[in-house]
Design a binder for this molecule. Structure first.
Ligand code: AMP
Length: 219
């Protein structure tokens, strides 16, 4: 099963990706996570992309396509994979097409901009574990501190409100056109395009995704 998860930053792709990946026993490939790991480790790639990622713009297609190309030849991708945050541009989608790995489903999680801004500007992260909190919706027991370690929480640089607004513009301009791209592709291939509203509880969205993807009986 090969799945692409599309949706604006803050739509809950990461959370829902884990659920879908468990159901199909496929790895989650998040280009954002891969870039952040490289930045944290201070690798040449991490240093090269840091400014762009922190500013909320897109890393070049060349870098991303090379990163994904290396990742999908790993043995754990033999049975498929889920892309979370890739492709983000038409050239990236075309590069994936030419890799000869047809995608089975494109799932869009749609969320209005105002809701995204509310969600993301309140998001806080525990850098050591990746645990995610929200100052209103999922606050830690002690404000500003991780529940398990008591260590300070941080706000991702690109989660600051002005960056979120900019990332939404980038999404609408560069990534949203992929929905039409994949709908057109679905007209003459086996590809399925699904849209799920990303509002409500995590569980409610999960159950909408489960029925859309027929997760009870994955083929
Ligand atoms: P994400 O965690 O998916 O929101 O990604 C965080 C940041 O990483 C984005 O704002 C971009 O700067 C960069 N990034 C992640 N995936 C891609 C991609 N497919 N193409 C270009 N830039 C990307």
């Amino acid at each position: 099963m090969r799945i692409i998860l599309l949706g604006p930053p803050g739509a809950g792709k990461g959370t829902q990706a884990r659920f879908i990946c468990n159901a199909f026993s496929i790895p989650q490939i998040s280009t954002g996570d891969m870039l952040r790991a490289a930045m944290k480790a201070g690798t040449p790639l991490g240093r090269q992309v840091k400014e762009v990622v922190d500013g909320g713009a897109l890393v070049s297609d060349e870098i991303i396509v090379a990163l994904v190309r290396e990742r999908i030849i790993e043995p754990d991708c033999r049975g498929g994979f889920l892309f979370d945050g890739f492709p983000r541009t038409i050239p990236q989608a075309e590069a994936l097409q030419s890799a000869g790995l047809p995608v089975d489903a494109v799932v869009e999680i749609s969320v209005p901009d105002a809701e995204i801004i509310k969600r993301m500007s309140g998001r806080r992260i525990h850098p050591g574990s990746g645990r995610v909190y929200h100052v209103d919706f999922n606050p830690p027991a002690t404000p500003g501190l991780d529940d398990e370690t008591g260590e300070p929480l941080i706000q991702r640089e690109d989660d600051a409100e002005d960056r979120v607004r900019y990332r939404l513009d980038v999404y609408r301009q560069q990534t949203q056109p992929l929905i039409t791209f994949y709908r057109n592709l679905a007209e003459h291939t086996e590809l399925r395009c699904l849209t799920v509203a990303g509002l409500g509880t995590v569980e409610a969205i999960q159950s909408k995704l489960a029925s859309a993807l027929a997760i009870e009986s994955p083929s």
